[in-house]
Design a protein around this ligand. Structure first.
Ligand code: ADP
Ligand code: MG
Length: 257
């Protein structure tokens, strides 16, 4: 059975997609079998692993709304060991279309349950909202990984996210844990970054990953080439830190088991 981890934060631009793509790719690089589930209508995780959105005919929308089998929608990627459940803009209608449907919160969970034994890890890249798509992701997951950008007001909005996590734990998925809080886009030249690290650690304590993701130009460039950092520039600092994070995720999973 795969360990299923949602990458969630309703704030946009905090590094969710960058983390979902690169953590997935680094775990595949380390020999794990990984599925990346793109549940954001923007489809940036899909294109980020080299799948052209224009060439996708069935996407996660068809799984959630049309009950199509996940196996029919899964695509391989140029990186061995990494597959993707793609998203397209069609998914933007799902949030509303799902509202009147039966078992609307557990559709992704059911779809992934049927395929989860084929993978070691499944990562779900969430949209920047706390709507039904994110609820589906949290309900399907063993754990949630929360990227927090090292900037002013870093903690703002996190109480809403934690509240949603608690509601899902209470009503839909009692097993859901917090995998960890990941500090992203640290600019080591400023004091602000250091202050934010202290503040986040005070609040989340041992839940904060030891690995901190710095700002790295190569990480910002890789998506426009449709490549994870480990493919785009394996020697970059960005590749190093996401490999480090991948190892931390593996180690914490082994402690749990
Ligand atoms: P989200 O999915 O939370 O909206 P993204 O992962 O798409 O956030 O990141 C927002 C933007 O910042 C993207 O253009 C991405 O390429 C860039 N970015 C993310 N992390 C880094 C980083 N560590 N260094 C440089 N640029 C980054
Ligand atoms: Mg994103």
């Amino acid at each position: 059975m795969a360990r299923i981890i949602s990458v969630a934060n309703q704030k946009g631009g905090v590094g969710k997609t960058t983390t979902a793509v690169n953590l997935s790719a680094c775990l595949a690089h380390l020999g794990k079998k990984v599925l990346l589930v793109d549940i954001d209508p923007q489809g940036n995780a899909t294109s980020g692993v080299g799948v052209e959105k224009g060439e996708v005919d069935e996407c996660i929308y068809d799984i959630l709304v049309e009950d199509v089998d996940a196996t029919e929608v899964i695509r391989s990627t140029p990186l061995a060991g990494l597959e993707v459940l793609p998203s397209t803009i069609q998914l933007s209608g799902a949030e509303i279309e799902l509202v009147p449907t039966i078992s609307r919160e557990v559709r992704l969970k059911r779809a992934l349950a049927a395929i989860s034994d084929k993978y070691d890890y499944i990562f779900i890249d969430c949209p920047p909202s706390l709507g039904l798509l994110t609820i589906n992701a949290l309900t399907a997951s063993d754990a949630v990984l929360i990227p927090v950008q090292c900037e002013y007001y870093a903690l703002e909005g996190l109480s809403q996210l934690l509240n949603t996590v608690r509601l899902v734990q209470k009503h839909l998925n009692t097993e859901l844990e917090i995998e960890g809080v990941l500090l992203t886009m640290l600019d080591a030249r400023t004091n602000l970054g250091i202050q934010v690290i202290d503040e986040v650690k005070k609040y989340f304590r041992e839940k904060v990953f030891e690995t901190i993701i710095p700002r790295n130009v190569r990480l910002g460039e890789a998506p426009s080439h449709g490549q994870p950092i480990i493919v785009y520039d394996a020697k970059s600092r960005g590749a190093d830190v996401y490999i480090e994070l991948a190892k931390e995720v593996v180690a914490s999973g082994e402690r749990v088991r």
